[in-house]
Design a protein around this ligand. Structure first.
Ligand SMILES: [Cu+2]
Length: 363
């Protein structure tokens, strides 16, 4: 299993025609097996309204109606913005979240140090927002353990509010559940709290860790991450070539996938014939029906629990707090749109934004 690492290269910023764009555009290049990124969107192009010719009016020498010129110019401008967004994908931004977190071993204990702090986070090119983050990442670093592992997570609070960490999906002893005043005192500013537990056998799957204190604000600002528990004996159906975690959020940073909005979202790249596992996790406060073009998804697990029988769909509703694991058999080459189907979370007059990415199946 691997996550493909890609190095972007420059493409010319000007797009002379739609045909040429299709030939040289970033998405075409992705599909051809080369990742291409524009460091900047194409230069603003002069919009030339195509004035209807005299023949459009059935002869005569009448000048085009100003309203028609304005409408055409508006349509051209809208198309230009849409094209610029697609050309910029996958756009470079500062900071990357959800990076694999290598544990520090203390004997047979996997130890992770998490520090909560405030920083500026670039969600899309030029858009910087205030984030509350674990170890400077939104989402926080990705923890991967196995069922039966002994785990120690030391949380240091550098925020101006108290906090606590809940391991969402893990069935832990009560005092490890991370809910202030129910299971522990809050971790006050400047304090450190250590969680120490053994991951129960059978509790494998895609889980999350996040703040459980003033959480609408704290999770909305970025205090969240993935904790993935591998089974000791994986089922045949979960074997895959690419394992991709996709954390959805809709708080103060807008509509994001792994802390970024389109065109700064990360494409999923696979080769023809490979199997991709996608682990959807919703850390937001809204439902997001995630829709994949070109191929169906086979649902294998809900909240970490293997389904009694796999089932198929192309649009999968992911509600707040839910995790869904799907397998995509990449049998259809090309670049396929992959987006939330609540369309105001994905498209506007100004082009695609927010919860949009692509699955690129390379021949
Ligand atoms: Cu959505």
């Amino acid at each position: 299993m691997s996550t493909t690492t890609l190095s972007p290269i420059e493409v010319p910023p000007q797009v002379p025609s739609r045909r040429a764009f299709l030939r040289t555009g970033a998405l075409s290049a992705l599909a051809a097996g080369t990742l291409v990124a524009c460091a900047k969107a194409p230069e603003a192009q002069t919009v030339k309204a195509t004035a209807p010719s005299d023949s459009d009016h059935g002869g005569g020498t009448m000048a085009p109606h100003p309203a028609a010129v304005t409408a055409t110019a508006k349509a051209e401008e809208m198309d230009r913005l849409h094209e610029a967004g697609i050309k910029a994908f996958p756009a470079k931004t500062e900071g990357k979240g959800n990076v694999l977190f290598e544990p520090r071993m203390e004997g047979n204990v996997k130890c992770y140090d998490l520090e909560c702090s405030v920083l500026q986070w670039e969600t899309e090119p030029g858009k910087r927002v205030t984030a509350w983050a674990y170890n400077g990442q939104v989402p926080g670093p990705q923890i991967r353990v196995k069922e039966g592992d002994r785990v120690r997570v030391k949380v240091t609070n550098r925020l101006e509010e108290s906090t606590a960490v809940h391991f969402h999906g893990l069935e832990l002893p009560n005092d490890q559940d991370g809910v202030p005043f129910i299971t522990q005192p809050p971790i006050k500013p400047g304090e450190t709290f250590t969680y120490d537990f053994t991951v129960p056998m059978g509790n494998h799957g895609s889980h999350m860790y996040h703040s459980h204190h003033n959480a609408a604000k704290q999770v909305g600002l970025g205090l969240l991450g993935a904790i993935i528990v591998a089974p000791r004996r994986p089922a045949a159906i979960e074997r895959c070539d690419v394992d991709h975690v996709m954390i959805l959020n809709d708080g103060m940073h807008g509509y994001t996938l792994n802390g970024k909005g389109f065109p700064a979202t990360e494409p999923i790249v696979a080769k023809l014939g490979q199997k991709v596992r996608i682990r959807f996790m919703n850390e937001g406060m809204m439902i997001h029906p995630m829709h994949l073009h070109g191929m169906h998804m086979t649902v294998i697990a809900k909240d970490g629990w293997m389904q009694p029988a796999p089932w198929k769909c192309d649009t999968l509703n992911v509600a707040p707090g839910e995790r869904w694991d799907v397998i995509v058999n990449c049998n259809n080459p090309g670049t396929w749109a992959f987006h939330c189907h609540i369309l105001p979370h994905a498209e506007s007059d100004h082009g695609m934004f927010g919860m949009v990415t692509a699955l690129v199946v390379q021949k």
